[in-house]
Design a protein around this ligand. Sequence first.
Ligand code: NAD
Length: 429
Amino acid sequence: MKLTIIGTGYVGLVTGTCFAEVGHRVICVDNDPDKVKTLQQGGIPIYEPRLEELVRRNTEAGRLSFTTSTAEGVENSDIVFIAVPTPPLADGSVDLSFIERVARDIAGAMTAYKIVVDKSTVPVRTGDQVAETIKRYCKAQVEFDVVSNPEFLREGFAVEDLMNPDRIVIGVRSQRPVAALREVYSPFKAPVIVTDINSAELIKHASNSFLALKISYINAIAVLCEATGANVQEVANGMGMDDRIGRRFLDASLGFGGSCFPKDLSAFIKIAEQVGYDFGLLKEVQKVNTQQMNRFLKKIVDTLWVLKDKKIAVLGLAFKQNTDDIRMSPAIELCHRLQKEGAILTVYDPKAMDKARSVLKDVRFAEDMNAVAEGCDAIVIATEWDEFKKLDLDRVRKTLTHPILFDGRNLFDPAEMERLGFIYKSVGR
Ligand code: NAD
């Protein structure tokens, strides 16, 4: 099928590439000329496992191309997906100006029936606004359908998630676009659920808020574990074996971050407020998350006392493993807060160092994870990269001036760390 994706970021590029991989012909549009140029020249602007290879293969096969022109994409496709940012405004509500801009651009370029599919995460009822905007700005007065098709991929596993989704949600106003959307997704073996547009939009915010809730729940349990000498991992394992609960998203940590959970949570609270419901439950989720970072910092201060001029190594800058994304990363927030206390930082991340250079000033970027602790008073683990589990602990202990390790991701076994001679502080254990 002939598809266009508008917005070639984490969602748009991975979606477009996976669509091309299963045989569709895809045009990816972005209004950032540098990004488009990089992609046209065979480069890749983000890190996602397997993505580079798939982009190359599909570009070479002529199934995937890149442009800055929305009109070119719209003219040459039957279905146009929107995957532009929906960032938070200062009051927590969603900035829909990117969506509105794209709706107008699509409308201006339409000369025949099109299906316009929103993949960005948007507040319930945005579909109605998009439809109204297209109608208003489409001079050709052609027919069109607006569809909501929220995306559930996880950064770091985006290709895998796109290729093997748990479900595909298609929100429609009429049955007309359903067959075409089913055809787009027919190569992906996953259940398709067809709903009204409002329900589809709500499914996305409700899902992300629920996942954030699960994380805050286990982080609250971690506080109880620390106060009682219990071990949060044992508790999570015991809870998770119950099918009704499940083990995933029950890892205690210094809190969640990233470009989705914090913004989707505040958006959902705002959406509820606008329809007259005080979503206190989700406000508590936010509160627990903020407290979790404060608690972790307090642990560091309680151990090292005054942080001014203390040298601290930080392992991990990305908001989670397998990505170079640092948007609202708890690791970056931690770095800033340690710097505010006067600490001198050496940092390392396997993939996020380039992006971190723009937001972290006056830090030393280490060449590899085992060198990061040299001459430092303590080391902090802030991102759950698998490779950190293979840290040369013997070398790290010897190169630290004091063998103190703060583990914000519970990567190591406390008893083993003690045996190795570390003062080891983790979360909820
Ligand atoms: P992103 O910032 O990585 O990518 C968005 C892209 O859109 C950018 O490259 C930007 O240059 C481009 N863009 C902005 N305005 C444009 C315009 N008028 N015309 C053409 N291109 C334009 O964002 P993302 O992480 O891919 O997120 C996109 C949407 O998907 C958001 O609503 C987000 O909430 C949602 N989402 C994200 C994830 C995720 O893990 N990142 C997962 C599911 C859903």
